[in-house]
Design a protein around this ligand. Structure first.
Ligand code: OSB
Ligand code: MG
Length: 382
């Protein structure tokens, strides 16, 4: 073949990142969200806009305002994106968003920063191919089951009102946050009031193995699962605890990679895994964990991180994979925001489901004027 032709053939289907724009927006939550590690009133959200050969894709970094859920923050993510991730992809050709992970592999950790960039490229690739992202990912569910995560409340009356409201809205399962001193009593009360609902608790690593009696007491209330009771990076102690409990443990904070998931399952540290794109470093890792869990008969569900519409839309796409068989923390925009940054907003049916969108990419359009108005900081990387 002539050299020019070969050059041409090699380049068909190749993509290149032309520019990346980082933005920080601030969005006040409709009501503050409290967990065992802290309280959030205003979300600082880092958005990544990627220009892939003129097609724009969007990703959201789920790092928190402080290093309390995991080690990353908005500031560390911005630094890593600008100073390490962007230089690792700048000018590189790739055939698919699935190759981004490999380009970023030399940078250790910083999964939330990586996932935001990778997700933006997935959105752009799907838009370029005029496909819904969920189909490009191999998703099979047209409708995804939804649950809600209810933060720590002022008192148990208020908690009961919240549960009533969310059940009336159609959500299929209720998760409440717990912490030492605010665990057995609220669960017992909710179970008395709602004997048959699918109920679970999330401790966000607030307990230690010596708190075993608390979890033994919780066994009486038929919880679907107990999410991340022990140390954020301590798989071994969860295996100790799971051996002593009938109630399934679900790991969130502990699982950062396929290797962590394999170790946790092999050790018996959990029977369910919560997958978050940010925590595991993007779609490539999320799909591997999904496939591993499917092969090991471990159900998974999609966690949430108080995302704006962009991150919410990505969570919907991920949740269409077949083994996302349990209701996720993927909910309507209006639960968190007076006005979201996507069009249309995410809505949930009276059956507690979200319909996978039919439009290209994430299937929701970023509302540029609103994003611009909320932006407090912007940097173009070229
Ligand atoms: O542990 O799942 C968690 C929010 C922030 C940080 C961690 C968690 C959560 C939630 C809320 O539970 C999930 C959501 O509705 O976005
Ligand atoms: Mg959790």
């Amino acid at each position: 073949m002539h050299a020019d032709l070969r050059e041409c053939a090699v380049r068909i289907g190749e993509m290149r990142l032309r520019q990346v724009t980082l933005r920080e927006i601030r969005m006040p939550l409709v009501t503050p969200f409290e967990t065992s590690f802290g309280r959030t009133e205003v979300r600082r959200i880092l958005l990544v806009e990627a220009d892939v050969d003129g097609v724009m894709g969007w990703g959201e970094c789920v790092a928190g305002e402080g290093p309390f859920y995991g080690p990353e923050t908005v500031e560390t993510a911005w630094h890593i994106l600008r100073d390490f991730l962007w230089p690792a992809v700048r000018g590189k050709e790739f055939a698919a968003a699935a190759e981004i992970e490999g380009l970023l592999a030399a940078i250790r950790g910083h999964n939330m920063a990586k996932a935001a960039l990778e997700a933006a490229v997935w959105d752009a690739e799907a838009r370029q191919k005029e496909l819904p992202l969920w189909k490009l990912l191999g998703g099979e569910r047209q409708e995804i089951p939804c649950g809600v995560s209810i933060g720590l409340q002022e008192n148990d009356d208020e908690l009961e009102r919240q549960v009533e409201k969310e059940m009336a809205a159609g959500y299929q399962r209720i998760k409440i946050k717990i912490k030492p001193g605010r665990d057995v009593a609220p669960v017992a009360r909710l179970r008395r009031r709602f004997p048959r609902i699918r109920l679970m608790v999330d401790a966000n690593s607030a307990y230690q193995l010596r708190d075993l009696p608390v979890f033994q007491e919780l066994e009486a209330y038929f919880l679907m699962m107990i999410e991340q009771p022990l140390g954020w990076d301590d798989i071994w102690s969860h295996a100790e605890l799971q051996r002593k409990l009938q109630t399934p443990i679900c790991l969130d904070e502990c699982i950062h990679s396929e290797e962590h998931a394999r170790a946790a399952i092999a050790q018996g540290a959990c029977r369910i895994i919560n997958i978050k794109l940010g925590r595991v470093g993007g779609y490539s890792a999320a799909r591997r964990i999904h496939d591993l869990c499917r092969d090991q008969s471990v159900p998974v569900w999609c966690g949430g991180m108080l995302e704006s519409g962009i991150g919410r839309a990505h969570n919907i796409a991920l949740s269409t994979l077949a083994n996302f068989s349990l209701p996720g923390d993927v909910t309507a925009s209006r639960r968190y925001w007076t006005e979201d940054i996507i069009e249309p907003e995410v809505t949930v049916s009276q059956q507690g489901t979200i319909r996978a969108p039919s439009g290209p990419g994430i299937g929701y359009e970023p509302r540029r004027a609103r994003i611009e108005a909320l932006t407090v900081r912007r940097e173009d990387l070229a």
